[in-house]
Design a protein around this ligand. Structure first.
Ligand code: NAD
Ligand code: MG
Length: 402
């Protein structure tokens, strides 16, 4: 069967890896729609190569430029955030790769879920922000969620087929699962003296030892907020409780996560740290297909090591693990505050260690304002998200005035 793929976030790191996999298998996948924020040059090249029916730029001026550049071609150019959500739900595609970064991905990813698509989920923030609502929407529409995030993809691969078919509602105990072991490298600052964390620059934070990724997720990996968001993501995808979920540091990123069973068996998924593998897995599921990634060479791998994550080094991970069990308001707040803090860090406005502090303050403020009621609509989620962003922005202004 030929799949028609809508790629949200086409100009990003996951976007590029997805296009690389599609390039390997033109007979199996057709790129039907692409979206991006504002990168016209890259979008033009993508459209000229893949000839999708629709391309959306969120930025209006960028859309105009793209339209001029593609004049006479087969691609219709649209603009605005609303158009992104519309193409995500459009019947022209059966598969949607959700690879927008951050909270901006919530509405379009949700639209794809509500439209009952096969949703390849890279945009973890959408699930962190909406949790139960997201899972319920997928159950109601019949959307199939396939986890692209390498850890969740690894866990998914290590689970039995019956569990794979019930993502979000699965019974881990019934399947004989004892624990899900979420691995993380610890990022570029794993061995730095704690006193030196404060002076780390955006360039140093983005220099991940194993993975080549977008800026925001790279900073999240340095703080381990990324692992925290993934912890929350895993809780929803695999329907687990606190006893069934554990974070393990594994600096080499060879094992991408594991599932431990009650009989003592532990299944691990391994491979190169290259997102083309989980992307190809999701695109072709339940079959296998080529990704362009070379297999591991075990004879040249060297040692694999494991450790616990240190809470003094990674306060963001602690915050996320607590927020996970506090309620939807907490994870929505944390995600929003983190996004604002990371952007400020990347812009040179705050120090690396301020990110965790700003997130903690936003969580406290939202809790104090009693904005902790059930969030049972996207509108309610976006309202808490907006409030948390305002609290974080206030904090950044205060830091700048000091
Ligand atoms: P990136 O920054 O490289 O790309 C982001 C994409 O989103 C770009 O195409 C950009 O145009 C688009 N975008 C940005 N702001 C937007 C907005 N307001 N509205 C619409 N589109 C917007 O990010 P990335 O590293 O590719 O990450 C994308 C998502 O995948 C993130 O949620 C990240 O956590 C997740 N993820 C990434 C990796 C990785 O290796 N890069 C691994 C696992 C999960
Ligand atoms: Mg990951």
């Amino acid at each position: 069967m030929m799949h028609r793929v809508c790629l949200l976030g086409a100009t990003g790191s996951i976007g590029a890896s997805t296009l690389a996999v599609l390039r390997e298998q033109p007979e199996r996948f057709q790129l039907s729609a692409v979206t991006a924020n504002s990168n016209v040059v890259q979008m033009q090249a993508i459209c000229q190569e893949f000839q999708p029916a629709v391309a959306v730029m969120v930025d209006e001026a960028a859309a105009k430029q793209l339209q001029q550049a593609l004049q006479g071609g087969p691609t219709e150019v649209l603009s605005g955030a609303q158009a992104v959500a519309e193409v995500a739900a459009d019947s022209n595609s059966d598969t949607v790769m959700a690879a927008i970064v951050g909270g901006a991905g919530l509405v379009p990813t949700f639209a794809a879920v509500e439209a009952g698509k096969r949703v390849l989920l890279a945009n973890k923030e959408a699930l962190v922000m909406s949790g139960q609502l997201f899972i319920d929407a997928a159950a109601a529409s019949g959307a199939q969620i396939l986890p692209v995030d390498s850890e969740h993809n690894a866990i998914f691969q290590c689970l039995p087929a019956a569990v794979q078919q019930q993502l979000g509602h699965c019974d881990l105990v019934g399947a004989g699962v004892d624990k899900i072991l979420l691995t993380g490298s610890g990022g570029p600052f794993r061995q730095l003296p704690l006193t030196e964390l404060e002076q780390q620059t955006p360039a140093a934070a983005c220099a991940h030892p194993n993975w080549d990724m977008g800026e925001k997720i790279s900073v999240d990996s340095a703080t381990m907020m990324n692992k925290g968001l993934e912890y929350i993501e895993a809780r929803w995808l695999f329907n687990c409780n606190a006893d069934q979920l554990q974070v393990v540091l594994h600096p080499q990123s060879v094992i991408h996560s594991m599932v431990s069973y009650t009989d003592g068996s532990v299944l691990a998924q391994m491979g190169q740290p290259d997102m083309r593998t989980p992307i190809a897995h999701c695109l072709s599921f339940p079959e296998r297909s080529v990704s362009g990634v070379k297999p591991l060479d075990f004879l040249s791998l060297g040692e694999l090591s494991f450790a616990a994550a240190d809470s003094a080094r990674y306060p963001c991970l602690e915050l996320a693990m607590q927020a996970c069990w506090q309620g939807q308001w907490a994870t929505t707040t944390l995600n929003a505050a983190n996004e604002i803090a990371v952007a400020a860090f990347l812009a040179g406005q705050i120090k690396f260690t301020e990110i965790a502090r700003i997130c903690a303050v936003a969580l406290d403020r939202v809790a104090q304002q009693k904005q902790t009621a059930e969030l049972n609509s996207v509108a309610a989620i976006l309202s808490v998200d907006e409030q948390a962003r305002a609290y974080a922005t206030e904090q950044i202004k205060q830091v700048e005035q000091c």
